[in-house]
Structures are given as C-alpha cells and as structure tokens.
Design a protein around this ligand. Sequence first.
Ligand code: ZN
Length: 282
Amino acid sequence: MEKLIITVALTGNVPTKKMNPNLPVTADEIAADVRRCHDAGAVLFHVHARDAGEKPTLDINVYKKNARRIKDLAPGVIVQLSTGARAGKDWEERAQPVRLLPEMGSFTTGSNNLPGIVYENSPAFIEYLAKVYQETGVKPEIEVFETGMINNAHFLEKKGFIKAPLHFDFVLGAPGSMPGTVKNLQFLSESIPRGSTWTVAGIGKAEIPLSAAAIAMGGHVRVGLEDNLYLPDGSRASNPLLVEKIVRLAREIGREIATPDEARSVLSLDPGHKDRILSMLK
Ligand code: ZN
C-alpha cells in the first residue's frame, strides 16, 4: 500500500474558539498548529482565513499572512488554500487563493445543502474556477459531498480544464449531504477514474471511524477541527491530538506515514511548484 498522507483541516469556516478553545484562528496560531501537526506526522494542510473578529473572510491579505507564517514555521509542508463559499460568493474573490500559487487548492465540483446554507457552486462558477486551476497549474483537491461531483470533475478533465491524475476528498457525514458510512466511502472510492487518489474527511463522529476504514482500504485521511471538535471518548480535540490518533491507528494496522515529498509523489504534484507561493507573499 502507498504510504498514508495525513491532511489537517485546521480551522474551517464554522467552528469558533467558544466551541473549542484549541481552534487556531490567527496566522500565528495556525502556523504553530501546522508545526505541531507536522511534527506528529501530518504533511498537507487545508487552510482557511478568519478576520480579527473570527469571522470567515476571503481577504487575500489574511490568506497571505497565514501562508507566510506557515512557510516560516514549517517550510516543507504542502499548503492547500480553501476556495469555499461561506466567507463570500464573489467568484474572483473565491478564486484568489488559487492565484497565490499554493501547491494545492480545494475545489467543490457541485452544490449541496450544508447546515444553514446552500453550498452553491453553479456550473458557470465551476468552469470559471476550473480555468483558474488550468491557468495557474495549481493542483485541485476535488471536494466530493455527493456522487455527481465526481462526474462533474471527470467532465472538466475531459474538457482539459483539470489534469489527471485527479485527487478527491470525500466529505462524508455533513448534515444535509452523504452520510458518513463505510458503505458510502467504498462506493465513492470505486466511482472515481482509474489512477485517481483519494482521501476521506469524516464530519463529526464519522471522522475517526472513516479514517480507520481509509487507512485499511489504502486511501488517505483528513482530520482536523474544521470537520470535528471531539475525540471519540467525547473529550475536546485539538489538531495535534487528532493527528497523533491517526498515526497510532496507522501504525497498529501496519501502514507507514508519508513525508511531504512522498506525499508530493503520490499526489503527482509538480516539484517545481513547491515554493512558487513564496514569490506571491512578498
Ligand atoms: Zn475547508
């Protein structure tokens, strides 16, 4: 089996410090958490931006600050910036994090309901964002909340906007979309184009059980406070505690953990793109 790539979704758009004081919100907190999680075994970091009042923002300067601090404290890790919609709906604002030339960006190829909102990604917006991925050469992580999003990604690949091998993240267990069951994970993992890679992000209580399933199935794992605030025993989680748990599970099962460069090779990331973001952060 391939070595296991551990991704951390550190902050997200929804959790607050009131819900869990371990949530990293400022650039310093985010970068310090990246460092700790990387020391524990994680190599890929999914990053959002919050304003001074903790609210989600698409302010490109906050993204820059976050990326700069991460590159200072953990220069080797893979940075993936979010293009999610909770912070705003303006197309270009959502695309801007990709234009900072991180190694990866998130890309949801369809719409669905999430708590309190319609997570809206219209066909026209999807094509717009796909073109930005094409222009910049940034590798998208296709966020799949529903099966049709796999078909949309396949369609974009056939049209030449995004390049195979594709990398998928199955987000399972969010209220309003596909439930977080091993059956659904199995179905999705068998539905992606041959040669693709995949990871799973189980939401809430689904996080650790689906991670264990993915480790055994040969997929990869995303954990973090964006997706889940608690450990399975009900105590408060932190990003490093979640990573440590995944590393222990993987070791027990006999799956080795990927270094950043091993992850780059599994994900077919262009080695020349490793530090392109630095030129954008000046
Ligand atoms: Zn996110």
